[in-house]
Design a protein around this ligand. Structure first.
Ligand SMILES: Cc1cc2nc3c(=O)[nH]c(=O)nc-3n(C[C@H](O)[C@H](O)[C@H](O)COP(=O)(O)OP(=O)(O)OC[C@H]3O[C@@H](n4cnc5c(N)ncnc54)[C@H](O)[C@@H]3O)c2cc1C
Length: 319
């Protein structure tokens, strides 16, 4: 096989964690025989970091417009990097850029794209991608008929490698100019404090069973103690108990933390679609037969009003 190209992303001057996770996935594929690992990035300043995290070659573009965070300007430079590297696998993050750029690249190369991919394997020298379907209730396995295989990968699906500063690699320039039909008139940053829901290693989410919007303050305290973020079910958001920006699920954010603590959430398929990829699910629910309890590694069957304060107290003691 002729190699893998990872499309790295930079936001606010920092490489996004998904870039390192994609390199982790790419190295595994490379070890299985998929060929060398290349990365595409906007700006030379990030090249060594990508090499330390597993890239053999980094294709750097300084094309105008890449900094606006939209997919359009990436198309021509990433295509040039695909051509220069000869890669037959392209991995992108399931991000604002990746979710548009993946289908654009696939259309351009008359191939298919696996969106929201959670696993990647090599089988008979070809890529096999796994993604969830039917609102998170089933998993689909996909292969490609065409040579170029494009996949957008959900955050936290793969572990980043520990940086190895002794690794060396090549840095090459990509000359293709970015093009965009979009003019950005202004940008506005949403107010946010603490860890971003999508990046949090721990997510504490509350549902309609909380029965009271003020309970979210206690969940925030618990999340803070665990260095995590607070989420909510759609039912809780629709009731105006928590901001819709923190909704987890099919029509909300997709999270895959190490620990997802579901408090008074029943586990409807639309909620599961946003958190089924969590590494460990723990629930607090009065109903032992609720779906969330069934999918949990550990469940506490009791009133959350008793459990959460006790949990906070214990964590404070340990800390
Ligand atoms: C098109 C579409 C898209 C949707 N998208 C989403 C989405 O993105 N995200 C999402 O979350 N939902 C989504 N939904 C809604 C989804 O179907 C469910 O209605 C919703 O997830 C239920 O939220 P809940 O679990 O908080 O509430 P409920 O289903 O009412 O569950 C409450 C839970 O709390 C428990 N409970 C009650 N009291 C206590 C207590 N004192 N202590 C402990 N446990 C208690 C109950 O046993 C129950 O399990 C969508 C629906 C549709 C149709």
């Amino acid at each position: 096989m002729s190699g893998i190209l990872v499309v790295a992303e930079v936001f606010d001057g920092e490489l996004q964690p998904i870039s390192h996770e994609l390199l982790g996935a790419a190295r595994k594929l490379s070890d299985g025989g998929a060929g060398p690992v290349s990365a595409f990035v906007a700006g030379e300043a990030y090249a060594q970091d990508l090499i330390h995290h597993g890239a053999d070659t980094v294709y750097v573009s300084n094309a105008q417009g890449l900094e606006i965070g939209l997919a359009d300007p990436y198309l021509a430079p990433v295509n040039a990097a695909i051509e220069q590297s000869g890669a037959d696998i392209v991995l992108l993050g399931q991000t604002n850029i990746g979710r548009d750029l993946g289908p654009m690249l696939a259309f351009h190369h008359k191939t298919a794209v696996s969106m929201e991919t959670v696993d990647l394997q090599l089988q008979d020298g070809r890529l096999r991608a796994t993604r969830s379907c039917y609102g998170g209730n089933a998993r689909a396995e996909l292969t490609w008929k065409e040579k170029l295989q494009v996949a957008t990968v959900k955050g936290k699906s793969f572990d980043a490698l520990e940086p190895d500063t002794s690794r060396s690699g090549e840095v090459k320039n990509v000359d293709a100019a970015g093009e965009t039909k979009i003019e950005v008139l202004s940008t506005e940053k949403a107010e946010a404090s603490g860890v971003r829901l999508e990046d949090a290693p721990v997510v504490v989410s509350g549902g309609r069973g909380l029965g009271d919007p003020s309970a979210f303050t206690t969940l925030e305290e618990l999340a803070g103690l665990l260095n995590g973020a607070t989420g909510a079910s759609r039912a809780a958001c629709d009731l105006g108990w928590y901001p819709p920006s923190q909704q987890v699920g099919l029509t909300g954010k997709v999270v895959s933390p190490n620990l997802y603590l579901a408090v008074a959430i029943s586990g409807a398929s639309q909620h599961m679609a946003g958190m089924a990829g969590s590494k460990n699910i723990v629930s607090i629910n009065k109903d032992p037969d609720s779906n969330m309890v069934k999918v949990s590694k550990y469940a506490i069957i009791d009133d959350y009003k008793k459990v959460i304060p006790a949990l906070i107290e214990e964590i404070k003691k340990v800390k």
